[in-house]
Structure formats: C-alpha cells, structure tokens
Write a protein that binds this ligand. Structure first.
Ligand SMILES: Cc1ncc(COP(=O)(O)O)c(C=O)c1O
Length: 419
C-alpha cells in the first residue's frame, strides 16, 4: 500500500512526517473516538482537523442519509437549497452579503484572492507567516499547519507567483507596513486568519485586526478573513463578530459541512459581483454546492441554531482540559503556556510568553512534541501529528474523556520532557 498511495497518505500531515511516525491508520470513528485498523479505540482530538464539531457519526447529521442519496448526491444544475443556505449564512455573518460555494477551503481562499485581485485591478497580496489557507500556489510560502518546510513553500511554485505575495509577521502591524512600503498602490488584499489555528492556537490581538482594516482602507485594498476554522467555533457570527472588525470577503468551511466536503466564500455584493456570469471572474466546480453536502450543511445550521447550549458545553470541556493541563504544568514545574479559545485547546513545548507569531512558534521543541505524541498514542489518545495543529473538542466528548486525557498527559509529559 505504501508504494501505491503516494507518500502513504492523501494529505501529508496524516503521514506523521512532522513527528517522525508512521501514519495512524484509521478504520472508523464513533462519537469522540477514532478506531485503528485493529479496532483499538482512541480519544480523538484531531476531529478531522476541525469539521467534526458534533463528533463522528452524529445521527442529527447522518440519520436518513439514504433518503438524501436517493434524491441524487450530485446535480449538474443549480438548486433552491443552495440559495437558502446562502441566506442562512448571511443571517449569521452579515458581511457575507453574497455567497459562492466550493468543495474545499483551499478553493474558497484561492477564489477569494482572485476576486480581490479582479475587483481592485491590483495583484499584491499580504499574508501572514504561520497562517494556512490551503495548498494553492500563493498560499504555501511560509505557511503553517504541516506545510511547514522551506521546500513546501517553493517546490513546484513559479517564482513569478511569489512576486505578488508578501509575507508579514502575525500580530505586528509594523511588519505589514514594512512589507508594504512603497507598494501600497499595488495592494489588492490583506489575507488573515483572525484566530490562527495553524501555528498552534494564536488569536490575533484586537488592535492588530483593527489596524489591518485601517491599513487595507488606506491603501484602497480589501481585507479577507479566513474563518475556515474560526467560523462557527468562535460563535455564529465568527471571529469578525467577536472582534468587531468587518472584512470585505470571508471564507468558511470545515464545520459548515460537519465532515462532508463543502466550503464557501462571500462578501460585499459589489465585490462578489465580479464573479461570472455577473462579471468576468471565473470560479467553478463539478462538486461545488452539491445537494448532498448542502443538505448536511443545513442540518449543521439546524443544530447550531436550535442548540446554543452546545457552544457552552464544548467551551466547558475545553476549559476543563486547559485548566487540567495548567495544573499538571505547575506541578511538574513546566513553563509552557496553555491557550484555549472556545472549543480549541493548545500548548507548545516552548518556555516564555504565549506564542504571538510564527517566529515564536518555530522556537518550540519538535523532538519533545514527537515524544509526547508517541507517548499519548501509546495511551490511546489521538493528537494531531504536528505541533502546528491544535486539539479540537466536540459535542461528543465528555468530562470523563477529558479526565482520561489529563491522566495520559500527566504520564506522557514525564516521558517526553525527560527524553
Ligand atoms: C484556516 C484554513 N484555511 C484554509 C484551509 C484549507 O481548507 P481545505 O483543507 O478544506 O482545502 C484550512 C485547512 O486546514 C485552514 O485551516
């Protein structure tokens, strides 16, 4: 199998390359648990890298899928449920006045950037080191997540693409001013993860996001929020509601499909109207807005709208996990920082103040994380196989899962830190 499936996986993070491991081979998932090929159960904190807010196999999303399939999983035509889903998204995130659906987050972000360039008639994009927007050419240089090697940012990517991408340090407006100096009139858009979860968990400061808004306005450029992780984990209005900063274009995905492939981008009507057939900009997709994923996305919204208590539940679990890890660190005299935002928890093997940018994140100890990952796997806890990724809680996790995890962390840290 290893020789036929390129790299033994369909997405490199799964190969375990960042932690020097073989791929974890999964046979199924149920609730908060992943099962390996031998049927062994693991408490899962990868949760599909974010989409599984309701855990695996949640009947609220999966009941009666056969009836949905019987109607046809794919149409080559537009359908009314797409418009209804677009309206529902807009009701929660008012800056998304008009929506286009895609299959993946990468496509949503790639298309958002194309729209911004066409609307402004300019080419330059400012991005942030350690943010991850997908695997298209303009997004990979200095990206976070598991696309973290210098080679992944360059290989197969024409030099010319990078001439119009400037990468700045996150949470530092002066860094934006530096990369922009003299090029303000070339700027099409500033692209940012407002709550970054691809160099560990690093929420932006409010001041930083507000400054980005002002900077884009001053340059006559657009502000693009990549909320593919932060919506709706930060709440139904996304990070933009929490921070009170209105972007021109937003991309969402992941939780929207609850595990089924769907993402979207949208924004100000006059901007999105550059898309064909209203305007000249082309984006498309055989599977874009497919009726199966759209139907499941409606179920996701049904759940989130009718059960606001779910947010408090997953936040409570995340707080319990974060507090437990802090207590272990204090007892073991470890000076690592635990970061928690709503249902996301993270720490890096790094002393000192919390990570603010990718330079900080790169200063963390990869060998210790690898040892810790292995020790946790031995105790049947499945962590992301990269220190740049984060732990996601779901409505399927329980307090007893968290407590079992804390006991495993306590023992695993002893081994990892000693190594
Ligand atoms: C913030 C962010 N944007 C974009 C993407 C790309 O999404 P996809 O993997 O669906 O292409 C990801 C994926 O992890 C992400 O975390």
């Amino acid at each position: 199998m290893q020789n036929t499936l390129a790299g033994g996986c369909s997405s490199p993070v799964r190969s375990g390359w960042s932690v020097g491991e073989k791929p974890f081979v999964q046979s199924r998932g149920d609730g908060a648990y992943a099962f390996d090929e031998h049927g062994e159960r693991y408490i899962d904190y990868i949760m599909g890298y974010g989409p599984l807010f309701f855990g695996y196999n949640n009947p609220a999303l999966t009941a009666g899928l056969q009836q949905l399939a019987a109607r046809g999983v794919l149409f080559g035509s537009t359908h009314a449920e797409e418009e209804r889903l677009a309206q529902r998204i807009r009701a929660h995130v008012p800056s998304i006045e008009r929506v286009r659906f895609t299959t993946t987050g990468s496509e949503a972000m790639m298309s958002a950037i194309r729209v911004a360039r066409a609307f402004t008639g300019r080419n330059l994009i400012v991005r942030f080191a350690g943010n991850y927007h997908g695997h298209f050419d303009a997004a990979l240089f200095d990206a976070g997540a598991s696309a973290q090697t210098p080679e992944t940012g360059r290989s197969g990517i024409p030099e010319g693409v990078m001439q119009d991408v400037a990468v700045a340090r996150y949470n530092e407006i002066e860094a934006v001013e530096r990369v922009l100096a003299g090029r303000e009139k070339e700027l099409a858009a500033i692209v940012v993860e407002p709550i970054c979860a691809n160099m560990g968990l690093v929420p932006a400061s409010t001041e930083f996001l507000k400054s980005l808004r002002a900077c884009a306005d001053d340059a006559g450029a657009l502000l693009i929020f990549d909320e593919i992780i932060s919506w709706p984990r930060a709440g139904m209005g996304g990070a933009q509601a929490v921070y009170g900063v209105r972007p021109d274009i937003t991309a969402i995905g992941k939780v929207l499909g609850g595990g089924f492939p769907i993402a979207a981008f949208g924004g100000r009507e006059d901007i999105v109207d550059v898309l064909a057939p209203d305007g000249p900009v082309f984006t498309g997709g055989t599977h874009a807005g497919n009726p199966f994923s759209v139907a499941v996305a409606h179920r996701v919204l049904d759940q989130l709208e009718s059960h606001p208590e779910y947010f408090a539940y997953v936040r409570g679990l995340a707080e319990r996990l974060a507090a437990g890890i802090r207590e272990i660190f204090a007892r073991r005299n470890l000076a690592y920082n635990v970061v928690q935002y709503e249902s996301i928890v993270d720490f890096m093997f790094r002393n000192g103040p919390p990570v603010r940018n990718y330079d900080d994140a790169r200063g963390s100890d990869g060998a210790k994380y690898a040892a810790y990952y292995r020790a946790m796997l031995d105790r049947h806890i499945l962590l992301p196989p990269s220190q740049n990724e984060v732990m996601f809680l779901s409505t399927a996790h329980t307090e007893s899962d968290v407590d079992e995890t804390l006991a495993a962390i306590d023992h695993s840290l002893k081994e990892a830190v000693a190594s």
